[in-house]
Design a protein around this ligand. Sequence first.
Ligand code: DQQ
Length: 574
Amino acid sequence: MGISMFVCVLVGLVLYGTTTIINGVEGSHKVYKEYKSVPAVEVKQLHRTGFHFQPKKHWINDPNRPMYYNGIYHLFYQYNPKGAVWGNIVWAHSVSTDMINWKPLDPAIYPSKPFDRYGCWSGSATILPGNRPIILYTGIVDPNNTQVQNYAVPANYSDPYLQKWVKPDNNPLVFPGVGVNGTAFRDPTTAWWGPDGHWRIIVGSRRKHRGMAYLYRSRDFMSWTKAQHPLHSAKTGMWECPDFYPVSMDSENGLETSVMKGNIKHVLKVSLDLTRYEYYTVGTYFHEKDRYVPDNTSVDGLAGLRYDYGNFYASKTFFDASKNRRILWGWANESDTASEDVNKGWAGIQTIPRKVWLDKSGKQLLQWPIEELETLRGKNVHLNNQQLNLGDHVEIKGIAAAQADVEVSFSFASLDKAEPFDPSWADMDAQQLCSHMGSTVTGGLGPFGLLTLASANLEEYTPVFFRVFKAKDKHVVLMCSDATSSSLKKELYKPSFSGFVDVDLTDKKLSLRSLIDHSVVESFGPGGKTCITSRVYPTLAVLGDCHLFAFNNGTETITIEKLNAWSMNNPLMN
Ligand code: DQQ
């Protein structure tokens, strides 16, 4: 395609993208009356993951306030006990000592009272003084989806697994109130405590086209008053699952949610119902005024920073006091049809828990899979100083390529062959660029990277790769995880997920880590700067017939300085 034609297509896509919903994964409130209470007859194993979190069967969505309490990690999550599509939602509950091996428990919260009869939607936990956890969650009170905020507490604090939760009769704690849209009022955050002796939470909402983080204050956690102004708002559409927390400017250590002093910044993350993607800003919390202001390096909305440029939604962080770190969980939904979910008897996984901290630049977060994941590493192969010339693809043999952890660092002798970056692409969604400059389109410096979940003759593969461009006064690095050729099956959502990487190329190196797990490829660009999760469903590249390659389709020779790949063992998974 000529460059002018290419630009026309891109401009068209930009215009198209601004007026439509751009993510093709299923939303979590789409009701399939015919399927929602159809239990799985058989759970199909082919694309089930080996080491990602999932229950034995049926539908899962949002992780609901993970927490660490008395030596145990708890993960609650939105779950349909009766079927493989969204509906009949309860808070399922699993426990772990390492966030890798999980033991299932009975659902912790399920519809049973007038204040949650039609659903127990997302929320958060807070550990109150005296080491007493409390959950805030959204209850659905009528068939029109009117939403209120409720609380639940453990029935027995000395039960190490906190198996039973009670929902006292003074619920609901928070009603939508005058001027608040009652069907768009949900997902209370973990509370933080201010020096004035008040707890604070935010609740996601919208006013017309404006996403709102409504702020509530309480002295006793029971009686909540809405603040006059929201903590923050922006013209982006509905905000679901907000998350608000401090990050250190000096260290990778996490901070407890109420920390307000020291060399810190705050992060506000929202899940945009309109796009089904998540965006965050880094900024300052003026706690005397209860206002959050994003830094001028962070923008609200579609051009903003994302935890993950792929299939990742409704995420939630928590402070892990046992290791002084902040951990992020996110939901990766299927990219398949609802009828296929019913057929396979399950839908949805949680991504691998990630440690999150502020990059030294102060402009973005970094994310990395928790170190405990490495306990699953089995057979290892490695490569050093392997050159990749234009058109090369080198197989990485000797590991289970369908269930693997791969770390690779690439280097190149020069940046001279980087292709020119057209200034008109600057405002473009990286995904649109990647869909037109895929892994097989010859470039200068890149495309190079990994071909994951590949069949022997490359009828199917999911490439994860970099492509470097030269803009007027800097280089622009594009990272893609492209599902276009991931499966011979046609009726799938196969996006060219992509994000830009803000990285210094002085050392002429780029590194990548990919967690490959049958139907998911979760990738981390240089040091966790850009992360992309793809859900894919190969038909040939499965189990023992799955292969892994490194490739280069750029004219600049690339060197694999070091590659380590491990087969991953199965943890105890529910
Ligand atoms: N999922 C929950 C809601 C939340 C949405 C319902 C996000 O509380 O807003 O299952 O995926």
